[in-house]
Design a protein around this ligand. Structure first.
Ligand code: NI
Length: 182
């Protein structure tokens, strides 16, 4: 297992549309190693999720985990989830603003509108099909990560850049002042 280098905003790989993984290749050594390395990398940098593009490998794979994350101390827990070829369908018109950050946009936070409920269809790391309904914070993280696979970063989704903050300033001026949506 290895900690991978994370692409930062400006690297063209973050703007690429990632390629699907052939379902019969999911269990290959190469893909299994990539998934393991993505999990290691996400955990090393306290990410809530990580997408293939972010580790310079534009394949439609993302990993998500939120468990007592120091970067998101107030966030609800999300168990370790591996998404291969995810398809996300909104289940509501309702969108909610919430704070997001991204390992590819270091040390920043901004308010991003996301659908509050989505259907997630994908394969898991064993190649088994997954079809679940995700709500609220889990739905938010899924939308953030699957956006990466389409070359979209959270800044593109912000309606109002005035909330964009460095984390140090956010801790001083935003944390606790506004109820978090999640
Ligand atoms: Ni991100």
């Amino acid at each position: 297992m290895a900690i991978l280098k994370v692409a930062r905003l400006g690297h063209p790989v973050l703007r690429q549309r990632a390629e699907p993984v052939a379902p019969n290749a999911i269990r290959s050594t190469e893909i299994q190693r990539l998934i393991d390395d993505m999990i290691d990398t996400m955990q090393e940098y306290d990410g809530a999720g990580l997408a293939g593009n972010q580790v310079h490998t534009p394949k439609r794979i993302a990993v998500i985990e939120v468990l007592g994350n120091p970067r998101y101390p107030d966030a609800p827990h999300v168990p370790l989830t591996v998404l291969v070829n995810p398809v996300v369908t909104p289940l509501t018109d309702e969108m909610e603003e919430g704070w997001e950050g991204c390992l590819s946009v270091p040390d920043m936070r901004g308010q991003v509108p996301r659908f509050t409920a989505v259907r997630l269809e994908c394969y898991d790391r064993h190649g088994e099909p997954v079809d679940v309904v995700a709500k609220d914070f889990f739905a938010r993280v899924i939308q953030h990560e699957t956006d990466h696979l389409d070359g979209i970063v959270y800044l593109d989704r912000m309606r109002d850049l005035s909330t964009l903050s460095f984390v140090a300033e956010w801790n001083k001026h935003w944390l606790g002042l506004h109820e978090q949506d999640d």
